[in-house]
Design a protein around this ligand. Structure first.
Ligand code: ZN
Length: 284
């Protein structure tokens, strides 16, 4: 009986391994030195759910029918023009005057009200949201978590999923919003990649990509010894250096700018007004 169980157990483990291998993604070449495997999208979604629960306790989400519909429409268009992903995106506003946005594994994308109020037009918001979406499509967050957990081989990955008994438990064990947010300062290569796909996504969605350059030029002009507090987090995670502005200009120069491009929509000012009225948090 125990032999049958052991064999059954081995078969079950083999099935899990096969499923795990089938669900794994091949990483881009730079990551192959670290590993040829990553968490399957299913585990990423579960981790995202756990992160989102914790994040939304710390960062109050605010809802406004008109603004939510505007953001979701814009976000979904940007996703359509980004590399494909199995993650389902969800876009929400955070009651914060800080100029920032972030997206976590699983496709949860948070946009601070402060970003929409600071932006001069819709295309500038799309530039930041498109960048964040592509941290998810390129799996930067989940890979960073994987590195942090010391998962370097398919065997390690297999062990974390089998020994924890279920993907849900693995997700719960790993999920820690504070820890995730603390480490979510991506490396230069990830930032470049998110810029590359972000600029292409906004362009594909019909936005003028020159607004991405203008947005970071504006940030660049404001930073320095007296960076305003509402820009601090954005600057910490996305330094608006001259090099970055130049690189964005290079990306834009590769695109045909003679086609019709949008900078703003008639709704943008209305959305700004509605969100301003919703903002209760204040900069200290
Ligand atoms: Zn980034």
């Amino acid at each position: 009986m125990s032999g049958v169980c052991a064999r059954g157990g081995r078969l079950a483990m083999l099935a899990v391994l096969v499923m795990t291998l089938a669900g794994c993604s091949v990483l881009r070449s730079s990551e192959r030195t670290l590993s040829s495997m990553t968490y399957p999208p299913r585990v990423e979604s579960l981790m995202g759910e756990q992160f989102a629960e914790e994040i939304e306790q710390e960062y109050p989400v605010v809802h406004d029918d008109v603004a939510d519909a505007w953001l979701t429409r814009m976000g979904e268009r940007l996703v359509d023009y980004s590399p494909s992903t199995s993650q389902q995106f969800r876009f929400q506003f955070v009651d914060s005057p800080d100029v920032n946005a972030f997206a976590i594994p699983g496709g949860y994308c948070y946009v601070n009200i402060g970003l929409v109020l600071f932006a001069e037009n819709e295309a500038q918001v799309a530039a930041v949201v498109g960048h964040e979406i592509n941290h998810v499509t390129r799996r930067h967050g989940i890979l960073s978590l994987q590195r942090a957990r010391g998962i370097q081989t398919a065997g390690d990955l297999f062990a974390t999923q089998v020994t924890s008994g279920a993907a849900q438990q693995a997700a719960r064990a790993t999920a820690n919003a504070g820890g995730y947010l603390a480490m979510r300062k991506f490396g230069r290569e990830d930032e470049h990649e998110a810029d590359y796909y972000g600029v292409r996504a906004m362009y594909g969605a019909g936005y003028d990509p020159r607004e991405a350059v203008r947005f970071f030029e504006k940030l660049h002009g404001l930073q320095g010894g007296n960076t305003p507090s509402f820009l601090e987090r954005m600057m910490a995670t996305h330094p608006a250096t001259q090099e970055r502005v130049d690189r964005l200009e290079g990306l834009v120069a590769e695109l045909d700018l003679t086609v019709p491009l949008t900078v703003n929509s008639p709704e943008f000012r209305t959305v700004q007004q509605r969100l301003r009225a919703k903002l209760t948090a204040r900069t200290n």
